[in-house]
Design a protein around this ligand. Structure first.
Ligand code: SF4
Ligand code: SF4
Length: 469
């Protein structure tokens, strides 16, 4: 039996004071000094930790906000002196799409490599925009596939990247079809390039080390390949070099050792692919297509060319179509592309990689259900390094999370933890859906519920069609 895919993790403590969500306001004036003060009964021991934190404070830059919001002390204080409050600094984090809750949960996952547990059930809204308007069908949660989660059965998260033949031909029991090259990954996650304003040169060798540790690959703009240092030579099979329209091809000795390369979509792609294949016919070529107003149509059109192996669709970091006044969301664009290729009978021949807006592990599973074979990750890895998603990167100011100064042990450890815990959550969600293979999850919309579809089925016949914004 092949060895099970497993990522080694270890707890990596944060460098900075955490920005938790809740804190307790303590109106001490009227305190009765109860012998059995409710503060001592905090199961999370927050009051003692807070005292410790205040004693060791070297700079007053953040209050202690690590209360779990259980209300126990607030309800039981005999004088009613305690009140729960939400940390205003916490509420300021993020950019609207990457919410404070997403940031805090990502910090915790990068620290502990543990699956987040919210405790008293889901307390959020019934539905929302983007990935929040779809739900995975967990009705198999009590079925035997739970065995996969507990390791008694194997749930495979492997995926293949490349072009697959439509049919296989045999003659005298021998395969006569020439099989195109394929790249196999143990997880459907590739590390994506960062947008230019979030580019930290010190992170590039660390990201490659994370790709090596987790057995996946990283996309690196060829113009930054010198930043990989000594790693480049030894780990070319984990690197996907990205070439812009005008970027010359890497030297042949490098091209020959790569498994996957990415070129930007242009009117010269066939020529570029031929040049690459002339050096290394086994090299799989991915075409990067921006999801702008023409992105969906262009992806569908490209998939019909027999020389195209992989299409990488890229939205902005929030999963939105670029340059549109009313942008579509990545999951909807992926569904349109996937469904169109299924109708044309060519979906299985092409690999679809999707980028943008995948902020949580559940988004990965949902995006695969919508039709992507593989997703990419970038901003959540930066958040795992205690980035607060402030506006400083965007505006060119100093980083409050001091990302430029992190050590390799801290950076590689936390980013590896995050990928490991995303992998664990993918297994959780697949087990609950009764799926045993990530390859079969792709496009499996029967295992999901979409708000728009439910609304139409339930209310459409009474109230007519919704006029979309
Ligand atoms: S609300 Fe709960 S977690 Fe927070 S300090 Fe009080 S007892 Fe502790
Ligand atoms: S915390 Fe640092 S890396 Fe994160 S957005 Fe702000 S400046 Fe950029």
């Amino acid at each position: 039996m092949p060895k099970k895919y497993h990522i080694e993790t270890k707890k990596i403590a944060p460098r900075l004071p955490k920005r938790g969500k809740f804190g307790i306001v303590d109106w001490r004036e009227d305190c009765a000094q109860c012998h059995n003060c409710v503060k001592k009964a905090c199961v999370y021991d927050r009051y003692r930790q807070e005292m410790q934190y205040i004693k060791n404070l070297d700079e007053f830059n953040s209050m202690f906000f690590e209360c779990m919001g259980c209300f126990s002390c607030v309800q039981k204080c005999t004088k009613g002196l305690l009140a729960l409050t939400v940390n205003p600094e916490y509420e300021r984090m993020g950019n609207g799409y990457f919410t404070p809750d997403i940031i805090l949960t990502t910090w915790n996952q990068a620290e502990t490599a543990g699956i987040p547990v919210s405790g008293a059930g889901y307390r959020g809204k019934f539905t929302g925009s983007g990935f929040d308007s779809m739900w995975t069908d967990m009705s198999e949660i009590v079925r035997p596939t739970r065995d996969g989660i507990h390791g008694r059965e194997y749930i495979s998260t492997s995926v293949d990247i490349g072009r697959k033949p439509k049919l296989l031909s045999f003659e005298n029991n021998k395969l006569t079809t020439t099989l195109p090259p394929l790249v196999d990954l143990p997880v459907p996650i590739i590390i994506e390039m960062f947008p230019e304003k979030y580019h930290f040169p010190n992170l590039i060798p660390m990201l490659l080390a994370v790709a090596v540790k987790t057995g996946t690959m990283i996309i690196v703009d060829w113009k930054y390949h010198h930043l990989l240092g000594a790693y480049e030579e030894n780990h070319l099979s984990n690197i996907i070099f990205y070439l812009d329209k005008e970027t010359p091809l890497p030297p042949p000795d490098i091209l020959k050792k790569l498994r996957l390369i990415e070129i930007v979509d242009s009117d010269r792609i066939e020529q570029r692919i031929n040049e690459i294949k002339a050096v290394n016919p086994e090299l799989v070529v991915s075409i990067r297509v921006e999801l702008d107003a023409c992105g969906e149509q262009r992806s569908i059109e490209l998939a019909h060319h027999p020389f195209i192996e992989v299409i990488h669709i890229v939205s902005d970091i929030n999963g939105n179509q670029t340059g549109a006044e009313k942008p579509k969301f990545i999951k909807d664009m992926t569904r349109i592309i996937h469904t169109s290729l299924v109708k044309d009978g060519i979906r299985d021949e092409i690999t679809l990689i999707a980028s943008g807006g995948i902020a949580l592990a559940e988004h990965m599973a949902k995006e695969i259900i919508c039709g992507a074979d593989v997703i990419t990750i970038n901003m959540p890895l930066l958040i795992g390094l205690e980035c607060r998603f402030c506006k400083n990167c965007r505006d060119g100011f100093a980083c409050p999370a001091k990302i430029e100064t992190i050590t390799a042990e801290y950076g590689i450890g936390r980013m590896t933890n995050l990928i490991a815990v995303w992998h664990d959550q993918l297994i959780e969600v697949m087990g609950a859906m009764g799926m045993r293979e990530a390859r079969r999850l792709r496009g499996e919309t029967g295992r999901a519920l979409f708000f728009e579809d439910l609304e139409e089925e339930t209310f459409g016949r009474h109230f007519g069609k919704r006029i979309r914004a």
